[in-house]
Design a protein around this ligand. Sequence first.
Ligand code: KG4
Ligand code: ZN
Length: 334
Amino acid sequence: NKDIYILGIETSCDETATAIVKNGREIVSNVVSSQIKSHERFGGVVPEIASRHHVEQITIVLEETIQKSGLTWDDIDGIAVTEGPGLVGALLVGVSAAKALAFAKNKPLIGVHHIAGHIYANRLEEEFSFPLLALIVSGGHTELVLMKEHGQYELIGETRDDAAGEAFDKVARMLNLPYPGGPHIDKLAKVGEDTLEFPRAWLEEGSYDFSFSGLKSAVINKIHNAKQRGENLKKEDIAASFQNSVVEVLTEKTYRAALEFEVKQVIVAGGVAANQGLRTALMEKFAPTQIPLSIPPLSLCTDNAAMIAAAGMINYLKGKRSSLDLNANPSLPL
Ligand code: KG4
Ligand code: ZN
């Protein structure tokens, strides 16, 4: 029983990341080069800048990953890469690098869905129990995914407009907080009070879909109306009230889905999983149930390549390979 080493590559957004994972569960080396500084002053990720950074960084990050692992290319069993969804120009850098390596080093090429990666970040910490429910909340995603076995994903709910992280970032912008705004809202919410009334978008009875654009508009209106009255709302209270609205809907829908599908494990993934309010609310909600709740450590919540290698391991074991004409797909379905 030889150990299996998968090299993962992730360039779907603004992190250039590569990693090597052993047997799908053990991080051997994990390198992330973040571009946040370059996008900060634009208040969001600029696709052209992202692509250029990936091109500049990818070889450096790859070399560092191999060097830190103490392994050689001979030890690598497969190359897993995020093929989508994401920014097409950004994805293409990773996909091209992966194809070049697979061809040059004669290794199997494995295309991975970015969300599958976020889910499998959790398996670097803990083995999965099925059926499993995953809540994925990031800058581009808000999804509830049911898994009955490894590598099989059933989308049971998704956002109809803004992603949860996007809502955080937009509200942060209204409050003149730096990009990305999620962590800043989180910090302010800790000291603020939930005194402002904001809507909760439950949608139709039984729906596991989400909607955050109404909430975003409600925040804009509240700030605007207060200004007109010459009142000044406290940033901390806006943050706390907004965050509670998001957290309550995410927590309640995840809870209801977990009960309906009788899952054996609930996992949370994506950048917003770093949110302290969300972590606490979910832990409190699931504590009285017998359902274990797993939230990865912060470093594995945000984009990285260890999660891509971990998800790629499942495809590898199932014999799922991509051909050398693999293309980046910005709207790849799960
Ligand atoms: O998963 P991720 O790193 O990148 C995407 O694939 O989108 O998620 C980034 C998102 C951003 O919208 C950021 O504001 C949000 O995650 N985020 C947070 C927190 N930390 C990061 N949102 C709320 N609270 C946080 N502590
Ligand atoms: Zn992500």
